[in-house]
Design a binder for this molecule. Structure first.
Ligand code: ADP
Ligand code: ASP
Ligand code: MG
Length: 450
């Protein structure tokens, strides 16, 4: 019997109807482990709840907590939740209130406390979804698994890293009975636990990654990502109305696409899938009849340009110093500073006396970072830029490609270009205000071909 891990995102958990629809998908696909996100908008609400409580805004915090409760209790009623899971749900809802109150009293929402608060989103939705699935699939025993008993992580609260060896052992121990085919597990995405027992989260959008980690842990045959679009498109359908769903894409291309902005998959999702060579299906839980996109090691076609991606809200940091001239160790010094501050750099270019790097606006440029950088170079910061990427194959060995790209957008000022490092990616930075236009122009030129 093949083992399938199926993950459903927030919109697929939106309300009782969405949950029942997603449950039917699990039955049709014969899922073994189902990983769910928080109901649509709940993680954002919980973040807001933490902020309001920390800022002493009790009335608004209480109103928000109430609306989160009402939303989940309504789904419980619509799904006719039996008394046992209903009391479980109520315990979680009052835990949410207590945590918010604790944050309010202390006026402190540490990263560690925030992770416990955010974990409630997935813990709540999984209780509800387990019932929806049991109703849709009476032939199976649906078991609700607290993923924290399996998905062990380090202590980087807010962006925890999974401990893969530990996870494999625990998957074997806790999910070994999948073999007999009588049980299906429902569990939470996004959350994990340190070895000391503290709750962690894997970063926004991390449920895809959780599903991939579990797929690796149970040595799954397939990982399925069920979302609100019919697969991976040639670009974000919200940016370009001509975007078309891709039937097949390689692991390497998809990794670039996800890293460089395609929100449809969390960028780390493919790491476990690549390690275990697990094919990944991305498809819509709303239109489950459509074929979706297969992400695989080997694919039939390898076009020059497969898709376009955009990462918004990029910050460009340019560091200049004449001391770099003919010197060695300067880049090491700079990168050590970024490393000490745990800042992840996306794109880099250098000249004789300067280096430019891009970072995501979610990274914090602290006064301490600025002081340390200013000690070694003159620092210039530009915000609100968009990183446009063309993803495909053999990109760094195709004569004339750069000319064709920049001809199509000749009126746009390009701030930085990264070319040559990857055969799968060509990216450059433009003003964020121009970014959607650039994507549309390039989509026309390289994908629809008009
Ligand atoms: P979920 O809640 O199911 O995890 P997300 O909102 O995280 O869903 O991801 C799905 C969204 O990703 C789509 O609604 C779409 O707007 C966006 N997206 C960005 N780039 C792409 C792309 N290349 N193909 C498909 N969707 C994309
Ligand atoms: N609920 C989390 C978020 O909104 C994780 C996820 O949906 O993947 O970021
Ligand atoms: Mg997502």
């Amino acid at each position: 019997m093949s083992r399938i891990v199926s993950k459903f995102g927030g919109t697929s958990m939106g309300d009782a109807l969405c949950m029942s629809r997603s449950a039917k998908v699990c039955v049709r696909r014969n899922s073994s482990v189902v990983v769910v996100s928080a109901t649509s908008g709940t993680t954002n609400d919980l973040i807001k709840l933490g902020e309001l409580s920390e800022n002493g805004n009790q009335t608004e915090a209480e109103a928000l907590a109430k609306s989160i409760q009402t939303k989940h209790l309504k789904i419980a009623t619509d799904l006719a939740l039996p008394s046992e899971p209903l009391s479980e749900l109520k315990v979680l809802l009052s835990e949410m209130e207590s945590i918010a109150r604790g944050i309010y009293l202390l006026r402190d929402c540490s990263a560690k406390a925030k992770d416990v608060l955010l974990s409630l989103g997935e813990r709540l939705s999984s209780v509800l979804f387990a019932q929806a699935l049991q109703t849709a699939w009476p032939q199976k025993k649906v078991k609700l698994l607290d993923v924290r008993s399996v998905l062990k992580t380090d202590e980087t609260f807010g962006k925890a890293r999974p401990l893969t060896t530990e996870i494999s052992k625990l998957c074997e121990k806790k999910l070994g009975n999948l073999k007999d085919g009588k049980v299906v597990y429902v569990t939470q995405g996004f959350i994990g636990q340190t070895l000391a027992g503290a709750t962690t989260t894997l970063g926004r959008g991390g449920s895809d990654y959780s599903a991939a980690i579990l797929a690796e842990g149970i040595k799954a045959d397939t990982l399925e990502i069920w979302t609100d679009v019919a697969g991976v498109s040639t670009t974000d359908p919200r940016l370009c109305k001509d975007a078309v769903v891709i039937d097949e894409i390689s692991f390497k291309e998809m990794s670039e696409l996800a890293t460089f902005g395609a929100k449809v998959l969390h960028p780390a999702t493919l790491l476990p899938a690549i390690r275990q060579n697990i094919p990944v299906l991305v498809a819509s839980s709303f239109e489950a009849d459509k074929p979706g996109t297969w992400v695989r090691r080997e694919v039939k076609n390898s076009p020059l340009i497969r898709a376009l991606a955009l990462r918004k809200k990029q910050t460009l940091i340019t560091l200049s110093t004449p001391e770099m001239l003919q010197a060695h160790g300067f880049l090491f010094q700079l990168f050590k500073i970024f490393n000490d501050h745990k800042i992840s750099i996306d794109a880099i270019t250098t000249s004789e006396i300067s280096v430019s790097v891009t970072i995501d606006s979610s990274e914090t440029i602290s006064p301490q970072l600025m002081t340390e950088l200013s000690q070694v170079a003159e620092v210039q910061i530009e915000k609100d830029l968009g990183l446009v990427s063309l993803i495909g194959n053999n990109i760094n060995h195709t004569p004339g490609l750069a000319k064709r790209i920049f001809e199509a957008i000749s009126e746009i000022n390009v701030r930085m270009i990264c070319y040559g490092a990857s055969r799968h990616n060509f990216c450059f930075l433009v003003d964020e205000g121009h970014a959607s236009h650039v994507i549309q122009k390039l989509h026309q030129k390289f994908i629809t071909g008009v």
